[in-house]
Design a protein around this ligand. Structure first.
Ligand code: SF4
Length: 258
């Protein structure tokens, strides 16, 4: 059971600033000059106090030496722990992010492998298992059986997988917010270069197959668009004007030169 009562601030432990400093200096040896002023204390528990000292070591701005002492009635003050800890203004490394979460599209190089976990929410088994939860072994067996029987893909996109892909594509450079789509005269849904796709996303996306367009080979949303739309026509003003015939000057020597 944990107590929420304020811990007892033992006077002997509170007063043991020089004992704490002496223990720190002895522990640091040649680096003892890195110990600065006493910055204060924290009462950790009944009879347990941590004294904080400034750290003057180069490169450790904002760090503090922490010396925890303890005292029980009738006994001496003892040193429990010496440690260097970062203060609020200390420069510390950013929080650790697991490797799997740091990978971004485009990070994968030739030969790199990026296994997808058995429990990846973006995928579901190709055929249903009802409500029975499967452990990792069972899932591996199912994959093996699917491969042995030639069923094709052991897993396919889950509803979540579809949603994530659609969101990513729609918000990306193949979506309606892309600058090229914002000033496009027509949308992809009416473009002859749009290749229709099958499946759940068929109504919202297709693939651009115009080799002259920026989006050639890319998934584009139906309301994306660009100036290379198949039905784009130039106005009379924008059309290239034919070059007029040469005018021959019959007054000067130009005619003689012919
Ligand atoms: S050419 Fe332009 S409008 Fe046509 S499908 Fe490609 S991106 Fe869409």
């Amino acid at each position: 059971m944990t107590s929420t009562a304020t811990p007892y601030a033992d006077p002997a432990a509170l007063a043991a600033v020089e004992e704490a400093r002496a223990a720190l200096v002895a522990d640091l040896g040649r680096d003892a000059q890195d110990v600065g002023d006493h910055l204060g204390h924290l009462v950790e528990a009944d009879g347990v106090v941590t004294h904080l000292f400034a750290c003057t070591r180069k490169g450790y701005v904002g760090w503090r030496w922490s010396v925890t002492v303890a005292h029980v009635e009738g006994g001496p003050v003892t040193i429990d722990e010496l440690v260097l800890i970062p203060g609020d203004e200390a420069i510390v490394a950013p929080a650790w992010v697991p490797y799997r979460e740091r990978i971004k599209p485009g990070d994968l190089g030739p030969g790199d492998l990026l296994p997808v976990g058995d429990d990846d929410a973006r995928l579901v088994p190709t055929y249903s298992f009802g409500d029975d939860p499967l452990d990792a072994d069972a899932k591996a067996q199912v994959r093996q059986v699917a491969q042995d029987l030639g069923l094709g893909r052991a897993r396919t996109l889950s509803p979540e997988g579809y949603d994530l892909a659609a969101e990513r594509w729609y918000d990306g450079i193949g979506g309606p917010q892309a600058p090229i789509a914002q000033s496009a005269p027509h949308h992809c849904h009416s473009c002859g270069f749009l290749v229709r796709i099958a499946g759940h996303l068929a109504g919202s996306f297709g693939v651009c197959a115009n080799g002259d367009a920026n989006d050639d080979g890319r998934v584009v949303s139906m309301d994306h668009g660009c100036g290379a739309h198949s039905e784009v026509r130039l106005s009379k003003k924008q059309e290239t004007q034919p070059i007029p015939d040469h005018v021959i000057d019959t007054i000067t020597d130009e005619l003689d030169a012919l």
